[in-house]
Design a protein around this ligand. Structure first.
Ligand code: ATP
Ligand code: MG
Length: 175
């Protein structure tokens, strides 16, 4: 029998969502479980996590976003939506292929919240995954439907963030 199918969400407005998901990637990798990480919204490959995880055999990372998401009535929004659709295509392929035991949709919740991808398509991905695949979604604003479909949901609450006091993004901390 296949192992339990798990769906986990890390949402909320505090810092630590992506890093929690990447921690699970490291944990799974340590057990020899192949991992796919699909980053929505983000476009930066000059990050410590990309450099580190791309080196690990059995871990694949796809950076599919276009950066800061403009309002829906902005002419550039369509480009962001196309990028997110391509990310979802990669994620669906990864989840259904049976090649990975852990599939992370980083900023997947936020992509749904910002209307870049339809919630229903993500729910379909969850239903159609290969047996036993664990799926993790991160990002602010997890929608009710995604929360209902997950077995484990954590909300990271911002108590304070250094950016608000003028601190700059720090190597090894934010990227
Ligand atoms: P991390 O990648 O550090 O785990 P995250 O995934 O929880 O953070 P995101 O919502 O993806 O955070 O935000 C991306 C960037 O914004 C990160 O550099 C993060 O440090 C920063 N950030 C997160 N929460 C806040 C906040 N409450 N105020 C300002 N910046 C934030
Ligand atoms: Mg994040």
């Amino acid at each position: 029998m296949a192992e339990e199918e798990r769906t986990l969400i890390v949402t909320g407005d505090g810092k630590g969502k992506t890093t929690a998901a990447l921690g699970m990637a490291v944990r799974a990798h340590g057990h020899g479980i192949p991992v796919a990480i699909i980053q929505f919204v983000k476009s930066d490959v000059q990050t410590g996590e990309f450099a580190a995880l791309s080196r690990l055999p059995g871990v694949e990372m796809f950076v599919t976003g276009r950066g800061f998401v403009p309002p829906e009535d902005d002419p550039r929004f369509g480009e962001h939506r196309l990028a997110a659709e391509e990310g979802l295509r990669i994620a669906s392929e990864a989840a259904c292929s049976g090649r990975y035991g852990l599939v992370i949709l980083d900023e997947g919740c936020y992509a749904v919240a910002r209307n870049l991808i339809a919630e229903e398509l993500v729910l379909r991905l969850l239903r159609e995954r290969a047996p036993g695949v664990v799926i993790v979604l991160t990002g602010r604003g997890a929608t009710e439907g995604l929360i209902a479909a997950a077995d484990t949901v954590s909300e990271v609450r911002c108590v304070k963030h250094g950016f608000d006091a003028g601190l700059k993004a720090t190597k090894g901390v934010e990227y």
